[in-house]
Design a protein around this ligand. Structure first.
Ligand code: AHG
Ligand code: MN
Ligand code: MN
Length: 348
């Protein structure tokens, strides 16, 4: 027998699907998707909610950057990567730390901008997760009001390495239990996976909430986009040059490159194609960082039906030997990644 309250619940879902959609916030989605209200699921939901807060704070800061003093430009420092630091990099790095203070969730954070992991001692007795992140991806776009991103990966903390050696971070990307990115574009989007598909959310500024946009995103097996900085042609190995020459003389390819891999890979996720940042003769490891950039994005793309490789090894199988390790990256639709691989491994 249907009770009055059952039928009224049913009727809300049936008669107001838009209301149902508006209420599908990120934290609710995590619980619903994990099909659990157990403490692990509650932790991951709370963790994603804190990452969302970081995204909202950074998004707000970026949207007002041209109106405030001291927000744009360089700090004058050089980070552990040997790259000039922007004020926005420092702000966003601090935001991720601030949102996890007093959270009881994350004991340790490791970021592209910090030489060593950062500990939040008050969380450590119970904080069972480690967060790895690239606070601002595409920094060179910061001062020209172009797309930027943040990238994150969640790992279960193993061992107690408060002495700063962080050996348990030196594990392959398969150890990630979650990953995602925030894209600061015309709207702010958050894309995440917890190993059960890839889901995208759009920030509704009037609500201050990320609301579900698309669930279980599956990327095309092939796409027309190739996304690579061709200014580096002169310093590539011959197989990558040959692949790009092949693209130039073949109908059906189009180039897109924004300077922020989050936006380039988001486009490839939705429309198919391939993004490459190969190594060079002088720097065989290339530019991108395994733990903060390549591995999280590889997890997302694999979950969406694509692939990511160094050209020889699946990115998620690469075992890091140091925290800030770099890796060549070829990522995107299965067929397009296979094509690049074939040039690297077979020369055609
Ligand atoms: P970051 O801003 O975190 O240093 O990362 C920038 C990365 C990536 O997002 C982008 O695709 C690439 O570096 C751009 O580098 P080039 O200017 O060498 O193409
Ligand atoms: Mn980056
Ligand atoms: Mn960065």
């Amino acid at each position: 027998m249907t009770t009055t309250s059952d039928s009224s619940q049913q009727s809300i879902r049936e008669t107001r699907p838009s209301l149902e959609r508006d209420c599908m916030t990120l934290s609710r989605h995590v619980l619903q998707h994990l099909q659990s209200f157990a403490s692990d699921a509650q932790d991951l939901s709370a963790l994603m909610n804190r990452i969302a807060l970081a995204g909202k704070l950074i998004s707000r800061h970026l949207s007002r950057a041209g109106l405030m003093e001291g927000v744009l430009g360089f700090t004058g420092e050089v980070n552990v990567q040997g790259e000039s630091v922007k004020k926005m990099d420092v702000y966003a790095n601090d935001v991720f730390i601030a949102v996890f203070e007093q959270s009881g969730l994350v004991c340790r954070l490791a970021s592209e901008e910090m030489d060593k992991p950062y500990y939040i001692p008050e969380n450590c007795p119970i904080g069972r997760y480690t967060l790895l992140y690239d606070p601002i991806d595409g920094s060179s776009n910061t001062d020209t009001n172009l797309s930027l991103g943040s990238i994150f990966a969640i790992r279960r903390q193993e061992g107690d390495d408060i002495d700063g050696t962080a050996q348990d971070l030196l594990a392959p990307g398969r150890k990630q239990i979650g990953a995602g990115y925030i894209l600061y574009g015309p709207s702010t989007m958050l894309v995440y996976t917890l190993g059960r598909g890839v889901h995208s959310f759009t920030l509704d500024p009037s609500l201050g909430e990320f609301i579900l946009t698309e669930e279980n995103i599956q990327m095309p097996e092939h796409g027309s986009i190739y996304s690579v900085n061709e200014g580096n042609f002169w310093q590539w190995d011959e197989p990558i040059r040959e692949y790009v020459r092949y693209v130039h003389r073949t109908e059906g390819y189009t180039a897109r490159y924004s300077g922020a891999m989050v936006s380039d890979i988001h486009r490839v996720l939705l429309q198919g194609g391939v993004f490459l940042y190969p190594g060079t003769r002088q720097k065989p490891e290339g530019k991108l960082r395994l733990l903060y950039e390549s591995a999280p994005l590889a997890y997302i793309i694999e979950q969406a039906g694509g692939r990511a490789t160094t050209g020889h090894t699946n990115i998620l199988d690469v075992v890091p030997t140091k925290l800030h390790q770099r890796t060549p990256l070829i990522i995107g639709s299965k067929q397009d990644v296979a094509k690049v691989e074939s040039f690297i491994q077979n020369g055609h």
